[in-house]
Design a protein around this ligand. Structure first.
Ligand code: SF4
Length: 130
């Protein structure tokens, strides 16, 4: 990768997502993370935790959708809510929300700032961890 960056990109990491995913070992997640955290661009960072939040909030059913469809739905949901500015802070907040509040087991819906808008929290009182 270092050789390619030196030879084809004037020793810089490209700012284009297409160019970045063509680098060896770089996928969409890393490309978006670099675009967002290094260059401050509005790009979604979708890890397991963020994916779980999107699926719960938007009611993306993991049992109904296939994996490819689900990934598309999750990425689409992230794209729609990503703000044009302060994307870094937004992505950090989502990563923290997934790690600390919207936990895999026993999500803490009672302290969650998006519970009013969340399908999972609103579908049943038993989803709320009080
Ligand atoms: S309300 Fe509950 S399920 Fe919904 S995002 Fe918050 S913690 Fe997760």
């Amino acid at each position: 990768m270092a050789e390619i960056l030196v030879c084809k990109h004037d020793s810089n990491v490209p700012r284009s997502k297409t160019a970045m995913v063509n680098l060896p070992g770089v996928g969409v997640y890393i490309a978006n993370a670099v675009l967002c955290f290094a260059y401050g661009e509005s790009a979604p960072i979708v890890d397991t935790n963020v994916s779980r939040i999107m699926m719960r909030v938007y009611g993306i059913d993991k049992n109904v959708s296939g994996q490819a469809e689900r990934s598309f739905d999750v990425l689409d949901a992230c794209d729609r809510i990503l703000p044009p500015i302060h994307a870094r802070e937004f992505n950090w907040a989502l990563l923290d929300l997934g790690a600390l509040v919207c936990r895999s087991i026993k999500p803490r819906c009672n302290v969650c700032p998006v519970s009013e808008h969340c399908s999972y929290a609103n579908e049943s009182g038993s989803a709320i961890d009080r």
